[in-house]
Design a protein around this ligand. Structure first.
Ligand code: GUN
Length: 280
């Protein structure tokens, strides 16, 4: 039976470390979070970020804007926050309403305040391996693997999903640690044969029951990034958990695995932004 990768416990440790550091700074770091519209999941995420900030000694400024906010109005707010020296990090919660260009908005955030690491300047640094903000979910996964001393070098790493938020940057961070990386997606042929070769399998699909026991190699490390709901409305990942945990050596639970790690990396990035701004 697989050992659970306890993201909740590691997040607690990280929170204490961040708090200690924020308390020693000349001023508190500040994170500005912008939510446009009333997407229920986004509302929960933003509330969680506010809570994380309080617990980490970070000041949060939330901007809850109506769904009909224009692209120009949103860009104007980003500009004001870009110019405000007290604001260290700016995060625009995704998805945005259809009439607003996500690309334009993400490009408008000043790279030194881009704590999501979504600006092409920061994405470029992830590709080349230069120091910069790390993408929250993939960096959270890496921290969890590090905590449990799971070796990546030379391992077959399979990432299912190719989103800009998770799949692509996840593959790059695994590559940086010398994993042999394969990215699978909706057009991948013989998906279960590919996943069954993985020593480290990361699933970021967003479909309940997608990863079944037969798709997993005996002894594999399985990281489930998804946040889905099952038929009873309970939070769950992509894995058929009872099947996969019987084959895996390690597995992330959902909830309590990757989710808390993602949240803490955002706090780490905000602290790093504040440190950079304080050193001016
Ligand atoms: N929506 C879902 N995941 C994310 C994320 O990591 N960052 C932002 N800004 N929005 C999201």
């Amino acid at each position: 039976m697989a050992i659970k990768l306890d993201g909740k416990a590691l997040a607690e440790k990280m929170r204490a470390q961040i708090r200690e550091e924020t308390e020693s700074l000349a001023r508190r770091p500040t994170l500005a979070v912008i939510l446009v519209g009333e997407n229920p999941a986004s509302q929960v995420y933003v509330r969680n970020k506010e809570k994380d900030c309080v617990e980490c000694g970070i000041l949060s400024q939330s901007y809850r804007l109506p769904a009909q906010t224009s692209e120009a109005q949103l860009l104007e707010l980003i500009d004001v926050l870009n110019e405000n020296d007290r604001v260290d990090g700016i995060l625009v919660q995704l998805p945005l309403p259809e009439h607003i260009s996500q690309e334009k908005v993400l490009h408008a955030i000043r790279p030194d305040k881009d704590v999501d690491a979504f600006h092409p300047f920061n994405v470029g640094k992830i590709v080349t391996g230069e120091q910069g903000f790390l993408p929250c979910t993939p960096a959270g996964v890496m921290a969890l693997l590090r905590e449990y001393e799971i070796d990546i070098a030379g391992k077959d790493c399979v990432v299912v999903g190719r989103s800009n938020i998770v799949g692509k940057p996840m593959a790059l961070l695994l590559l940086r640690e010398n994993g042999t990386v394969t990215i699978c997606h909706s057009k991948t042929a013989h998906l279960s044969e590919v996943t069954a070769r993985a020593d480290i399998l990361v699933s970021a699909v967003g479909k309940t029951g997608f990863i079944t026991g037969d798709m997993v190699k005996e002894g594999a490390v399985v990281v489930d990034v998804a946040m889905n709901r099952d038929a009873e409305g309970k939070l769950c990942g992509d894995c058929v958990f009872d099947e996969v945990e019987k084959k895996a050596s390690y597995i992330t639970p959902v909830p309590g695995g990757v989710g808390p790690m993602t949240r803490l990396v955002l706090m780490q990035n905000t602290l790093a932004a504040a440190n950079a701004h304080l050193q001016g």
